[in-house]
Write a protein that binds this ligand. Structure first.
Ligand SMILES: *Cc1c(COP(=O)(O)O)cnc(C)c1O
Length: 464
């Protein structure tokens, strides 16, 4: 399988190179040249498979012979053995044709474990084979950081540096990162906000000359192709459990960077009968505005109760735009350059119509989020985290536009976002699962530093 850039002007890469390369050299994102397609008979034949067995069937065409088949299976088995539910991604029924897909049973209690547990193992395998060491540098508003650290803490060939905004992530989120005490794990709190962290990371990737000879930076945010790939699996897994391919299924996805819902779009293009994908945003609604009023323009950042979706720009949207512009890389390059200078993206009529056939969208603000948590607890005694509540509320609203089951992705465990749960006033405390029950007592280690690229570079240099 070959990977090409959405801006049409960067080298074509194989799987291994695509995993090691973050942004393409032309500023674009890598996507597969062709998608694997599965027919109805093939999808039907998978209905009895376990999660790891299915994961192999879905991911193998993307990985190809980049690693031996036995090794692919071993990495997948080890990845999902870390999950604390035997179904890996269990479905819970909420109402007639309304389901929650629990994606928070991994080690750090958010859906990001599905991809990052795998990516850590994959990187270790690739780097071992190449005799290479890399530096992972990432910015996090919470969940990515802990999932990446947990995925890479045992990688001998990886040093991982994660920047988080000082005092702006929840205590649980911070501790899930800073209590991992390993020689190759470095937590950095930046005196600034998430955008400051992300800007430092971007600048460091653009000029890597501060690194020792032979080292390169690797990205673990959702621009990394392997992450998207691993997320395709649970769309197939849950749809099969609900009667696909004989039945069409819809999904509602709490969305920030557009990585998770983009994986659903790929699943559909690979042959899974998905009726609609519902993009659920919080008040940071750039995607909802794009679909509802054809206005993809950067707004002001609003701090919400669902911080993992507090973004102004959804980087993975570019991957969808690439398809909507008929894979015309040079056209998209011009559009993205204008966008980066402040212009809004307005889709041509036909592209907008296509997007609206695929997606529905909804914007759910904090009050609606809290109301959804409260109401659902009253109806079923099921406690949702705020991100999940946004997906659930959007899914419920979208039910009138679809015919079959609606699956709402639950992206985090409620204990991770205790504040929102408390504000909902429900008579239930979200306890951390057993393996994290002493999290608040564990020793932490992190450095607080100035909002400055030079300070981060200096810290990395002295730590390697
Ligand atoms: C990352 C995250 C999201 C958003 O996922 P994207 O792939 O960025 O759209 C939603 N909910 C939770 C809990 C997350 O951690």
């Amino acid at each position: 399988m070959k990977y090409i850039s959405t801006r049409g002007d960067a080298p074509v890469l194989d799987f291994e190179e695509a995993v090691l390369t973050g942004l393409a050299s032309d500023g674009g994102l890598y996507v597969p040249e062709h998608l694997p397609k599965f027919d109805v008979a093939q999808i039907a034949s998978w209905s009895g498979l376990s999660y790891p067995e299915l994961a192999f069937e879905i991911m193998h065409p993307f990985i190809g012979d980049a690693l031996p088949v036995d090794e692919q299976k071993r990495l997948i088995d080890e990845t999902y053995a870390e999950f604390r539910h035997t179904a890996i991604a269990p479905l819970v029924q909420m109402d007639h044709e309304l389901w929650i897909l629990e994606l928070f049973h991994g080690p750090t209690l958010a859906f990001k474990d599905f991809a990052l547990q795998f990516l850590g193992r994959l990187l270790e395998h690739i780097l071992e084979k190449r005799g290479q060491k890399v530096v992972i540098l990432g910015a996090t508003s919470g969940d990515t950081g802990s999932a990446a650290i947990e995925g890479c803490r045992h990688c001998a060939n990886v040093d991982i540096f994660i920047l988080h905004p000082h005092n702006r992530v929840s205590d649980v989120q911070r501790r899930q990162m800073t209590t991992v005490i390993e020689d190759n794990v470095f937590n950095i709190a930046i005196e600034g906000n998430f955008d400051d962290c992300q800007n430092i990371v971007k600048a460091a990737f653009a000029d890597q000359s501060f690194l020792p000879e032979g080292r390169q930076l690797v990205a673990v945010n959702s621009i990394n192709w392997a992450r998207i790939m691993a997320q395709i699996v649970y769309y197939f897994y849950s749809a099969l459990a609900l009667g696909a391919p004989g039945k069409k299924v819809s999904f509602a996805v709490p969305t920030g960077n557009f990585g998770d819902v983009f994986a659903g779009y790929l699943a559909k293009n690979m042959g899974l009968p998905i009726e609609r994908l519902v993009i659920a945003t919080n008040s940071n609604d750039i995607l909802h505005r794009s679909l509802s009023s054809n206005d993809y323009s950067k707004g002001e950042l609003i701090q919400s109760l669902s911080p993992s979706m507090d973004i102004m720009i959804s980087s993975n949207y570019e991957r969808l735009l690439f398809d909507l512009y008929d894979r015309d890389g040079s056209k998209l390059k011009a559009i993205m350059q204008d966008f980066n200078k402040g212009a809004a993206i307005q889709l041509p009529e036909q592209a907008l119509a296509r997007a609206r056939e695929l997606f529905l969208s909804a914007r759910i603000d904090d009050d609606q989020t809290i109301a959804a948590i409260t109401e659902q607890f009253e109806n079923t005694e099921y406690l949702m985290d705020p991100h999940t509540a946004i997906g659930f509320e959007a899914g419920r609203l979208a039910q009138k536009y679809v015919s079959g089951p609606m699956v709402c992705l639950s992206t985090a465990h409620p204990a991770k976002f205790a504040e929102a749960v408390e504000r909902s006033g429900v008579d239930s405390k979200a306890d951390l699962p057993h393996h994290l029950s002493d999290l608040m007592e564990r020793p932490e280690h992190y450095e607080v530093i100035d909002n400055s690229l030079a300070c981060v570079q200096e810290l990395i240099q002295r730590s390697l």
